[in-house]
Write a protein that binds this ligand. Structure first.
Ligand SMILES: Cc1ncc(C[n+]2csc(CCOP(=O)(O)OP(=O)(O)O)c2C)c(N)n1
Ligand SMILES: [Mg+2]
Length: 561
C-alpha cells in the first residue's frame, strides 16, 4: 500500500518507474519472493497477465519486445521460476529482442547460504543476458530500471535480468521518479551513405538481404520506397519475412531453411550483397556455406546496430554501424548517380518468388498444410498476426504465407519450440482487435500449451492451429536421413486436442480434410473463444518438398542397403 508520507517501497518505485518508461504490459508467474511487487501492481495503470509457467511468461514478454521494439517485461520468482524463464531469455538473446526479466531473490542477509531457491543470477544468466545483475539498494531502483531499458534496446538489443532481494523490495525510500528513457537511434553518417551509393552505382547484380531486429513499419516503408526507386531485389532472412511486403514487386523471397533454389542462385551470383540488420546466422547462411568466411566473394556491405557484430563472422567491404530504422531513414535521402540495368532481373526474382509460393505442393494424406496456408493468406486480414514455434510444420508458413506488414510474423529465429501459443496470447493482449493465429506442431504445442488457459482467463480469442502428425517430425526427418528406418524417441501419442480445448473453456474443432478448414476457421472465429483447430496430418508429409519415405529410401540407397 502506498503511504502518504512521500515514501514508497522499492517495489512501488520499481513499478512506477516501469510505467514512466512506457511499459504497459507485464507477464508473470507469482512468487513469495516478490510479493511487494505484486502488491505494487495493484490498481496501477499496467496490464498484468498472470501465466501458467515462466517459460510462457518470458516468451510473451519477448514477443512484446519483438512487436514493439520496446522491452517486454516479465516477473518470475527465484530459482525454478528463473530457470523456467530461461527459454524466453535465450530467444531474446538470439533474436536480438529487448526484454527485461525481474527475478525475486532471497533476502540480502541470507545470501550465499544457498537459501531456499537461491541462485547467483549474474552467473546463471551471465552468458545469456546482455546484463545480469542484482539490485541491493532501494535508492538505486530508478537508476537500474533506466539502465535496463537503455541496455535492452541499445545497439544490438537483448535481454536484461535483474534480481530483486525480497527484503530490499519492502524497504521504504523517499526518491523521485527518474526521467523516462529515450530510445537511442543509430543513423549512418553521410560518408557511409556516400560509399554505399557508389557501390550500388557500380554494381551489376546487387541484392539486399534484410534481417535482425530494430525494424519498424516506417523503416519497412522507407526500405520499400528505396527498393522501388532503383528496382533493387530484396530478400528477407529466416523468420523476418514481415519486414518487407511479400507482394512488393522487388521482393525476392525468404532466405531461411530450404529456400527457393532460384533465390540461392541469385544470391550466389550477386556482385554486391547489402545485409541490413541481420547477422546471417546458421539458418539464413545455409549452415555458413553461402559466403566465404571471413572474406565473402561479393562486395559485402553489413549494416548492423551492434558494432561487435561487424566483422564478427563476415569481413565487410563496407561496415555501417546503424540500426535498420536509422539506415532506412537515410535511404530516403540517398540518390544514386547511375545504375546498371538490373530491373528485368529484379522482376524475374519476384516472379520466381511468386511461382515458388503460389500453389501448394502435393503431399501425402487428406490434409494439405500448404493449401491451408494459401487459404489463410487469402482470407486473413492484412494485419493478422501469425505466431509459431519450431517444427517442420513451419516450413509451409515460410513458403506459402505472404507476410505483408511489419510485425505480423512473430516467431523465434532461435528455433525454440513452444513459442507460438504464448506469443499469440501476448499479441492478442497487445492488439485485442486484430486476428491472431498460433501455428503449432503437436510436439511444439504441448511445450507451452497450458498457456491456452491464460488465453481463456483473459478472454483472448486466439486461434491455435495444431498440425498433428504424431511425431517430433523435424527430428524424425533428420533421423531418417542419418539413421534410416531406426525410429528412436521421436514418436508421440497425443491427447485429444479438441477435448483439451473444451476442458480449458475454449472452442475446439478437428479437421480431417483440407476442404473442411475454411468452415472450421469460421466456426472458431465465430465462437468468440480461444480456439484450437486440430489438423490430422499424415506423418509422411514431412515437408512441402519431400516425404519421409523418400528421405529414408534415399538414405538407404546411399548406403547400398
Ligand atoms: C525447446 C526445444 N526443444 C527441442 C527442439 C528440437 N526440435 C526441433 S523441431 C522438433 C520437433 C517438432 O515437432 P512438432 O512440433 O511435432 O513439429 P513437426 O516437426 O512434427 O511438424 C524438435 C524436438 C527445439 N527446437 N526446441
Ligand atoms: Mg509433429
Amino acid at each position: 500500500m502506498r503511504a502518504k508520507d512521500n515514501t514508497r517501497t522499492a517495489a512501488e518505485v520499481l513499478v512506477d518507474q516501469l510505467i514512466v518508461n512506457g511499459a504497459r504490459h507485464v507477464f508473470c508467474v507469482p512468487g513469495e519472493s516478490y510479493l511487494a511487487v505484486l502488491d505494487a501492481f495493484y490498481d496501477r495503470d499496467l496490464t498484468v497477465t498472470v501465466c501458467r509457467q515462466e517459460g510462457g511468461a518470458a516468451m510473451m514478454a519477448e514477443a512484446i519486445g519483438k512487436a514493439t521494439g520496446l522491452p517486454g517485461i516479465c516477473f518470475v520468482t527465484r530459482g525454478p521460476g528463473a530457470t523456467n524463464a530461461s527459454p524466453g531469455i535465450h530467444i531474446a538473446r538470439q533474436d536480438s529482442t529487448p526484454m527485461i526479466v525481474f527475478v525475486g531473490q532471497v533476502a540480502r542477509d541470507m545470501r550465499e547460504r544457498e537459501a531456499f531457491q537461491e541462485l547467483d543470477y549474474r552467473a546463471v544468466f551471465g552468458t545469456m543476458a546482455k546484463w545480469a545483475t542484482e539490485l541491493d539498494d532501494p535508492a538505486r531502483v530508478a537508476e537500474f530500471v533506466s539502465r535496463a531499458f537503455y541496455i535492452a534496446t541499445n545497439g544490438r538489443p537483448g535481454p536484461v535480468v535483474i534480481a530483486l532481494p525480497e527484503d530490499m523490495l519492502t524497504e521504504r525510500v523517499a526518491v523521485p521518479n527518474a526521467p523516462a528513457f529515450e530510445p537511442v537511434e543509430m543513423s549512418p553518417g553521410p560518408v557511409e551513405m556516400e560509399r554505399l551509393g557508389l557501390l550500388l552505382s557500380q554494381a551489376k547484380r546487387p541484392i539486399f538481404i534484410l534481417g535482425g531486429s530494430r525494424w519498424s513499419e516506417r523503416a519497412s516503408a522507407s526500405m520499400q520506397r528505396f527498393a522501388e526507386r532503383y528496382a533493387l531485389p530484396v530478400a528477407t532472412t529466416f523468420r523476418r519475412a514481415h519486414v518487407f511486403d511479400a507482394l512488393h514487386p522487388c521482393y525476392a523471397g525468404d532466405l531461411g531453411i530450404g529456400p527457393n533454389p532460384k533465390l540461392l542462385e541469385r544470391i550466389k551470383a550477386a556482385d554486391l550483397v547489402v545485409l541490413v540488420g541481420g547477422r546471417l546466422g546458421e539458418m539464413p547462411s545455409q549452415s555458413y556455406t553461402l559466403f566465404d568466411i571471413p572474406g565473402p566473394r561479393p562486395t559485402f556491405v553489413h549494416v548492423h546496430p551492434g558494432s561487435e557484430e561487424l566483422g564478427r563472422v563476415y569481413r565487410p567491404h563496407l561496415a555501417i554501424n546503424a540500426a535498420p530504422t536509422g539506415f532506412a531513414a537515410a535511404l530516403d535521402g540517398l540518390t544514386l548517380s547511375g545504375k546498371a540495368d538490373w530491373d528485368g532481373d529484379t522482376r524475374a526474382a519476384h516472379a520466381d518468388y511468386l511461382a515458388w509460393s503460389d500453389v501448394a505442393t502435393e503431399v501425402p494424406g487428406p490434409v494439405n498444410l500448404g493449401a491451408i496456408m494459401v487459404w489463410l493468406r487469402e482470407n486473413l486480414p492484412a494485419d493478422a498476426i501469425l505466431c509459431n514455434g519450431a517444427g517442420n510444420y513451419a516450413a509451409w508458413i515460410h513458403r506459402f504465407y505472404r507476410f505483408r506488414r511489419f510485425a505480423c510474423q512473430i516467431a523465434p529465429t532461435s528455433g525454440s519450440m513452444g513459442y507460438g501459443v504464448p506469443a499469440a496470447v501476448a499479441m492478442k493482449r497487445l492488439y485485442p482487435d486484430r486476428t491472431v493465429v498460433a501455428m503449432s506442431g503437436d510436439g511444439d504445442f504441448l511445450m507451452n500449451g497450458q498457456e491456452f488457459a491464460t488465453a481463456v482467463q483473459f478472454d483472448l480469442p486466439i486461434v491455435v492451429v495444431i498440425a498433428d502428425n504424431g511425431t517430433y517430425g523435424t527430428i524424425r526427418m533428420h533421423q531418417e536421413r542419418e539413421y534410416p528406418g531406426r525410429v528412436s524417441a521421436t514418436e508421440l501419442k497425443n491427447p485429444d486436442f479438441v477435448a483439451y480445448a473444451h476442458a480449458f473453456g475454449g472452442y475446439g474443432v478437428r479437421v480431417e480434410k483440407t476442404a473442411d478448414f475454411a468452415d472450421a476457421f469460421a466456426a472458431a472465429s465465430r465462437s468468440g473463444k480461444p480456439a484450437i483447430i486440430h489438423l490430422k496430418i499424415d506423418p509422411d508429409a514431412i515437408s512441402p518438398a519431400t516425404t519421409l519415405a523418400k528421405i529414408r529410401e534415399r538414405a538407404l540407397a546411399a548406403r547400398g542397403d
